[in-house]
Structure formats: structure tokens, C-alpha cells
Design a protein around this ligand. Structure first.
Ligand code: NA7
Length: 559
């Protein structure tokens, strides 16, 4: 027997959970959000490491659903830092009076489908339980921290910090010898600031990353006048774009492989000077599909690393080579490479000398013991699935979501799972999610899910769930597109490659944000084809690939 009943339980109060709650309340549903943190913010509540900031421009990395909210909030920098994004989300919570329906400092431990009642029974670590018609997992794609399995880590006598769960009071590294393990986006953002404080910083690198400059700057009144004048156009472009953000510089009309060296360099220098990730991901029509084309951009970036890092041996170690440009998450930096020119910073190449253990005194590689006072784990996340599989989610016949995904994720549209009626996943595996500007994708998912709930209510129906066949078709389509791209040629977390034993399935949908939106809209307009409503449904008669090809760069067709 549950303590309380709601139409919907929302798990998480970050960007997704806040908008979901606001939307459901406005539509007349009773909704209750449950959040592990003390306050709202999700990713931006937990990831407080020095230098944490978004790497999509803030004017786009923000909600678009409310014009007054948009008009009232001026970002101070091109890429806002974590404290400002957190303040924004707190402001949203206040503005829409959301906190009264959020239960903080509480983790959802289980959600079990009750077949007789057609409801979910949701349990929490505080002992309270809830019955709800719908459960909406707004749990985030990068929220389950990956603590590496390094022998002896627990025996370290100094302090251990993790970028994904940074102390709220901050950390002062002044006078300390610090180790950073990992060189992904979080490390690339934090290393320059840690290096300025620490007495000595040693960076332990397993894989170097492709990095482009942020070219961050303050946003002046003039910038804001320009943004305001074109804001709605910018948002509209983002919604129909490939990656959920407007391309600041248009894609070169000529494929990289057909460009001369001079043309390539001229184009890439412009993008370098402008800065930011979208300009590079969308630089040429062939770079995401042809390894040889990606290598041309990769060589340009390696040239920049060699210019920025004074010691040629260190520069070579920092040059990524073993995977195509952008096939691991492209990173954006502020002074990352220049940090290696400092006397107090040292790079350890784990390919030459792997970590054997952590001892009480420091990090022991096959060559030496590096004595440190503090270790920073910048070792990433159990991406896309970790936050869901750590909850005991059981659908029909007691099958767990973890078991269902044991051989790899299988969803319909990344929104729902066969056997788990009325459980929606916001930016779930199989949707554009981490391959897009998250707020754009979150808004599209929340709008679609809430509309589906309204449609069910209007029909007097109680359940919605994908057909088994829809999952097969969608998952195959997802894989077919991924196989056209360079993303499958790297050991990246999109494929689960960073977590030992995780099945390798390319999880984010690469068909593009615009095409995906059109597909979801067609699914709804066709009466939720591919879904069963109250047990009745028909297969989706939708040509997914046709939607994709209509909006994709030409070279995808050739790939
Ligand atoms: P990432 O991008 O997953 O980076 C994690 C880093 O940690 C990466 O360099 C890993 O090397 C390294 N790593 C992981 N485990 C180990 C062990 N055991 N030993 C040594 N090095 C290790 O996570 P981030 O937090 O930086 O960024 C996540 C996303 O957040 C980012 O893409 C943005 O979307 C925001 P590897 O590459 O696996 O060899």
C-alpha cells in the first residue's frame, strides 16, 4: 500500500525534471518529483569542479518554452560557468514555484509495475512509497559517476575527489601535490584551474582528446541586443538542426576530401578563431562519415596542439591519433594545452606506464610512485543507462530494466521500453540525447511525453507501451545510422566502451534532432503507431530513414 498517489512521479529535478513538472502541472496532472540532491539542478548541482561550464553557448543551452523567462535572463558569458547555470535553474524553480512538488534528499530505489492496478509502485530510500499511473525518468545521461576499479584506491591516505560529485564548499589545492586521473571534458575544464592553485599537478592520461578552443567571452549589451533580435529564429533553427543548436558558421559546401589544403586551412582557421564545438562538428559534409575526411580535421587540430605546447615530446603525447576526429566527445577548452607549459605540471602517459595501484602515498605506475596529497578522479560516467539500471525498475512479469538491457539497450524512440508500460525516459538511449544540445532535446521529449499523457487521458486509456517489433525496428535503424558514421570507430562512452563489461551498443540516436522530431510527430499524428494503447496497436508504418536523409548532409547518402 503506497503512502500517496499521483498521476506521475518524476525522478530527478535537473533540466528535464523541472520542465516536466512545470508542464504536467499546467496540464492538470498531479505530479511529484523526487530528487537525490538538496536542491534542483541535476548535473549542475553535482558537477561543481573548478572550471565546470557548458560547452554549448548559453543563449542556446537554456529553456525556450517561456518567452518571458527567456527575456528576463541575461547570461553573463558566452559559455556560462556552473554557478550561473545552477542559479538559472534555481530561478526557474522559483519563478514557476516548482519546489513545493519536489521531495529533496531522497533517492528512488525501486519502481515496480502493478499489473492489476495499471500503476507503478515507487519506493524511496526514506521509506516512503508512491503509487503513480506514470513514471518519468528525468535521471540525466551523465549522472552515474564511474569510480575506477584501481587496486588500493581506498587505501589512499590523502583526499580523493570526483569531478561528478564535487564538494559543495569547494576545494583549496594551495600548496598541495595533486593527481588528476582522466583527460575527458571534465579534466580538460578543471586542469587549468587546479594547476594555478596546486604546488604540483600530475595528469594521468590514458587517451588524449581532440579539443577546440571555447573562445569564451563576456556577453555585452551589444551581444544581447543581437541575440534578442534573432532569438526566436535561433531557437527554431536549433529545433530542426542536426545537433539541436544553430550552426554559428555554415557548413562548408565542399567536402573536406574534395578541398585543397589551403581551402581546408582557411575554413578551419575561421572556425578556430570563432571557437566552440558546433562549428567543428558541422565543418564539412563528410567529416562525420569518412574517416579520411575526419583525419584531415584531426591533423589540423594536432598542428594546433604542437603550436600550443612548448615541449615537443609532451605535445606528441597530447595528440590524439588512434580514432577519428570527433568520434569521442569533442572537448572545448580554455587554456588547457598552455597549462602543460607550466613548471608545476607534468603529464604521465598511461599507455607507456599504466597505473598499477594507488597506495597510501600516491599513484603507482609501472615506472614510479607519484606521491600526492590529493587525487581527482575525472573518470567519467556510466553514461545513458547507469542512472536507470541502478534503480530496481521492474516491468511486466517482474522483469528488470537492467536485465532487459543486459545485451544492450533496446527502446522505441528512446522514449519507452517494451514490458514497461507508462514509463517514459527523457533523453533515453535511442534518442538524440548526448548527441545534441540537451535543453533542445529535453524540451522536445517533455512536450511529446506530456502530449501522449493528455491523449491517453482524452481517450480514457490507461496504458501505453511499445510493440516488441517497434523496438527491433528502431534499434536496427539506430545502429544502421551509427554504422554510417565515424563514431563507431572509437572506444567512446556512447558505445559503453568506458565501463568494463558493458555491452557495446551505440546508444544515442544520430539521425539528427530535426529528423527525430519529425519522426516523433509523425508517430503521434498516426495515432501512436508502433505503440500499444491499452494493449491495442499496430506497427509503425513510417520510413525513418527517409526522414533522416531529407535533412542529412549529402555525404551521408554516399557513405
Ligand atoms: P569522460 O569524457 O568519460 O572522460 C573520462 C576520462 O577518464 C577519460 O580520459 C578516460 O580515459 C579516463 N579514465 C576512465 N577510467 C580510467 C582509468 N581507470 N584509468 C585512467 N583513466 C581513466 O568523462 P568527463 O567527465 O570528462 O566528461 C563527460 C561528459 O560530461 C562530457 O563528454 C560532456 O558531455 C560533459 P579513456 O578515454 O576511457 O581512455
Amino acid at each position: 500500500m503506497a503512502d500517496q498517489e499521483f498521476d506521475a512521479i518524476i525522478v530527478g529535478a535537473g533540466f528535464s525534471g523541472l520542465y516536466m513538472l512545470h508542464k504536467l502541472r499546467a496540464l492538470g496532472f498531479s505530479a511529484h518529483a523526487i530528487e537525490a540532491g538538496h536542491d534542483v539542478g541535476g548535473t549542475w548541482y553535482w558537477n561543481r569542479y573548478p572550471g565546470a561550464r557548458c560547452d554549448i553557448e548559453s543563449v542556446e543551452y537554456s529553456y525556450s518554452f517561456d518567452k518571458d523567462l527567456e527575456a528576463d535572463w541575461d547570461w553573463s558569458e558566452r559559455y556560462a560557468a556552473q554557478p550561473e547555470i545552477l542559479r538559472y535553474l534555481q530561478h526557474v524553480a522559483e519563478r514557476f514555484d516548482l519546489r513545493r512538488d519536489i521531495e529533496f534528499e531522497t533517492r528512488v530505489t525501486a519502481a515496480h509495475w502493478q499489473e492489476d492496478a495499471h500503476r507503478w509502485l515507487v519506493e524511496t530510500d526514506r521509506g516512503r512509497s508512491y503509487s503513480a499511473r506514470f513514471v518519468i525518468a528525468a535521471t540525466g545521461c551523465l549522472s552515474s559517476f564511474n569510480r575506477p576499479d584501481i587496486p588500493g584506491l581506498d587505501s589512499f591516505a590523502g583526499e580523493i575527489y570526483a569531478t561528478g560529485t564535487w564538494p559543495h564548499e569547494g576545494v583549496d589545492f594551495t600548496g598541495k601535490r595533486v593527481a588528476v586521473i582522466g583527460t575527458g571534458s571534465s579534466a580538460i575544464q578543471s586542469i587549468p584551474l587546479i594547476a594555478k592553485q596546486a604546488k604540483q599537478l600530475t595528469v594521468f592520461q590514458r587517451t588524449p582528446n581532440y579539443v577546440v578552443p571555447a573562445q569564451n567571452h563576456a556577453l555585452s549589451d551589444e551581444h544581447w541586443r543581437d541575440y534578442r533580435a534573432g532569438y526566436s529564429g535561433l531557437r527554431q533553427n536549433a529545433r530542426v538542426s542536426q545537433f539541436g543548436a544553430a550552426l554559428p558558421l555554415p557548413m562548408s559546401p565542399k567536402p573536406a576530401l574534395e578541398s585543397t589544403q589551403d581551402e581546408l586551412e582557411e575554413d578551419l582557421e575561421k572556425r578556430w578563431a570563432y571557437g566552440g564545438l558546433p562549428g567543428f562538428i558541422g565543418a564539412f559534409p563528410d567529416t562525420l562519415f569518412e574517416t579520411a575526411a575526419a583525419d584531415l580535421v584531426g591533423e589540423f587540430v594536432r598542428g594546433k596542439i604542437r603550436e600550443r605546447v612548448k615541449d615537443p615530446v609532451v605535445a606528441e603525447l597530447l595528440c590524439p591519433r588512434d580514432y577519428p576526429f570527433a568520434s569521442k566527445r569533442l572537448c572545448v577548452d580554455i587554456d588547457y594545452f598552455e597549462t602543460y607549459n607550466r613548471d608545476n605540471v607534468r603529464l604521465v602517459d598511461l599507455n607507456a606506464t599504466p597505473i598499477e595501484a594507488v597506495t597510501a602515498d600516491g599513484v603507482k605506475t609501472s615506472a614510479e610512485l607519484v606521491e600526492v596529497d590529493a587525487i581527482v578522479l575525472a573518470t567519467g560516467f556510466d553514461a545513458m543507462t547507469g542512472a536507470l539500471t541502478r534503480i530496481d525498475i521492474r516491468g511486466r512479469e517482474g522483469v528488470t530494466l537492467k536485465d532487459k538491457w543486459a545485451e544492450g539497450t533496446k527502446t522505441y524512440l528512446g522514449l519507452m521500453n517494451r514490458g514497461f508500460p507508462n514509463l517514459f525516459t527523457i533523453t533515453g538511449p535511442g534518442s538524440p540525447s548526448v548527441m545534441s544540445n540537451m535543453p533542445t532535446s529535453i524540451e522536445q521529449h517533455v512536450d511529446w511525453v506530456s502530449q501522449a499523457m493528455v491523449d491517453l487521458r482524452d481517450r480514457g486509456a490507461s496504458t501505453i507501451e511499445p510493440l516488441a517489433e517497434s523496438e527491433e525496428v528502431w534499434t536496427a535503424h539506430n545502429g544502421e545510422i551509427a554504422d554510417l558514421t565515424v563514431f563507431v570507430h572509437a572506444n567512446n562512452w556512447y558505445l559503453g566502451a568506458n565501463i568494463p563489461g558493458k555491452p557495446r551498443v551505440f546508444m544515442p540516436y544520430l539521425g539528427g534532432v530535426g529528423a527525430y522530431r519529425n519522426i516523433c510527430d509523425e508517430v503521434r499524428e498516426s495515432g501512436y503507431s508502433g505503440f500499444a494503447i491499452d494493449g491495442q496497436g499496430r506497427p509503425a508504418d513510417i520510413d525513418f530513414m527517409d526522414h533522416v536523409m531529407r535533412l542529412m548532409p549529402q555525404s551521408a547518402e554516399a557513405a
